[in-house]
Write a protein that binds this ligand. Structure first.
Ligand SMILES: CC(C)(COP(=O)(O)OP(=O)(O)OC[C@H]1O[C@@H](n2cnc3c(N)ncnc32)[C@H](O)[C@@H]1OP(=O)(O)O)[C@@H](O)C(=O)NCCC(=O)NCCS
Length: 169
């Protein structure tokens, strides 16, 4: 299978924050943002793998800034690294000043997707070939994050997490 570039999976969703999607402070409800990020990441994973792709894990979410009612929100997702059947998808969230168009990065997240066949069995996917410096940085950190996620999920023994051990030893 030929390797693909992160940009080939790039997925951008732009939408408004409406009244039914906010909390008591009139800011975007966290669960709504998680759903938007999951949707964008799922499309990115499918674009990379061209297979059915399911969310296996939400590895990291940072709600750095609250997003007010009426905001224009852009969610951008890209596959940062592919393993055998799983992919790390990095998601950046931007708001846009509606007067001058200036964009501010307000949130970020990292999800893991797994490509599966019609029976839900994990199936092999193409590798990733980073092109930019940022893509290379994200690629380099992805194995460490995968091992951390597997250790937290009880699917890998800490002793076997070589990338994590390398941070401390
Ligand atoms: C995701 C799913 C297919 C994984 O199945 P599984 O039997 O654990 O499969 P495996 O153990 O072979 O793991 C498959 C891959 O996922 C990775 N993986 C599994 N759990 C992971 C986790 N918590 N974090 C990171 N990677 C994980 C494995 O490392 C493996 O990666 P690799 O093949 O690239 O090395 C299965 O758990 C599933 O179908 N879950 C439900 C998904 C779903 O419905 N999501 C929607 C949200 S409700």
């Amino acid at each position: 299978m030929e390797a693909k570039h992160p940009s080939e999976s790039r997925t951008v969703l732009t939408d408004l924050v409406l009244p039914g999607e906010t909390n008591q402070l009139n800011k975007l409800f966290g669960g709504e943002l998680l759903a938007r990020m999951d949707r964008a990441a799922g499309i990115a994973a499918r674009r990379h793998s061209r297979k059915i792709s399911v969310t296996a894990s939400v590895n990291h979410v940072a709600f750095n800034e609250a997003i007010p009612l009426g905001s224009v929100v852009t969610v951008e997702a890209m596959v940062s690294r592919a393993f055998n059947t799983s992919m790390e998808v990095v998601i950046d969230v931007w708001t846009e000043d509606q007067e001058n168009g200036q964009k501010t990065r307000v949130n970020e997240a990292i999800y893991t997707f797994v490509a599966v066949d019609e029976q839900g069995k994990p199936t092999a996917i193409p590798q990733i070939q980073p092109e930019t410096k940022l893509e290379q940085q994200r690629y380099d950190g992805a194995l460490r994050r995968k091992q951390l996620s597997l250790v937290l999920a009880g699917k890998m023994k800490p002793h076997d997490a070589t990338e994590l051990k390398a941070l401390f030893l």
